[in-house]
Design a protein around this ligand. Structure first.
Ligand code: 5GP
Ligand code: MG
Length: 179
């Protein structure tokens, strides 16, 4: 398959759309069965998870709610480095089963931070569903019960993930070509 150009870099297909679709359907069936009757609240982390969230939710067969949140970054003090603020969460999490829908877990630092923010809101249970995980880059211990694909430590775009704002619309997942 010929590489494509996104902005100024070359990428080649690593996970075709058909394979993504099939794996998401399996994951949705597993989540539906695990959380049957628990009225889960799905929280999709924008922007990267928008396509994954849309396809995953089509396969969820137990009554549930979905909401969309965003983590905005700002530079904290020198000692705290980059700090995130959680935007868009209007639901009461008390006693709820929450499923975070994320595009990719890389170092895991973002997920660890989000988990600790959500746990202050007294949910019954918080689980991570991530389209992609790079196990070789994980810097913190994280339980990721729902993951579609483990991938190597290469930069990827497509299916919601961007390179400098571009490539989110691509239906397949692409890996950077190292030249
Ligand atoms: P972490 O905190 O786990 O290191 O980073 C997670 C975030 O980094 C993801 O939500 C995503 O926005 C970004 N990220 C990590 N790896 C990649 C990648 O290969 N491609 C793209 N487009 N974003 C990535
Ligand atoms: Mg993300």
């Amino acid at each position: 398959m010929e590489p494509i150009t996104v902005k100024d870099l070359r990428f080649r297909i690593s996970i075709p759309a058909e394979e993504i679709k099939k794996r998401i359907a399996e994951l949705a069936a597993q989540i539906s069965s695990d959380l049957k009757g628990r009225n889960p609240l799905f929280l999709a982390v924008l922007n990267g998870s928008f396509m994954f969230a849309a396809d995953l939710m089509r396969g969820i067969t137990t009554p549930c709610e979905i909401s969309f949140v965003r983590l905005s970054s700002y530079t904290g003090t020198e000692s705290t480095g980059t700090v995130h603020e959680l935007i868009g969460l209007n639901e009461d999490l008390t006693g709820r089963t929450v499923v975070i829908i994320e595009d990719i877990v890389d170092s895991g630092l973002t997920m660890r931070e989000l988990l600790s923010m959500l746990k202050t809101k007294n949910p019954a249970d918080v689980r991570i569903a991530s389209l992609l995980v790079k196990p070789g880059n994980l810097k913190v211990k994280l339980d990721i019960p729902y993951c579609c694909f483990h991938i190597p430590n290469d930069f990827i775009v497509g299916y919601g993930l961007d390179y400098d704002g571009y490539g989110r619309n691509l239906p397949d997942i692409y890996t950077l070509v190292k030249e």
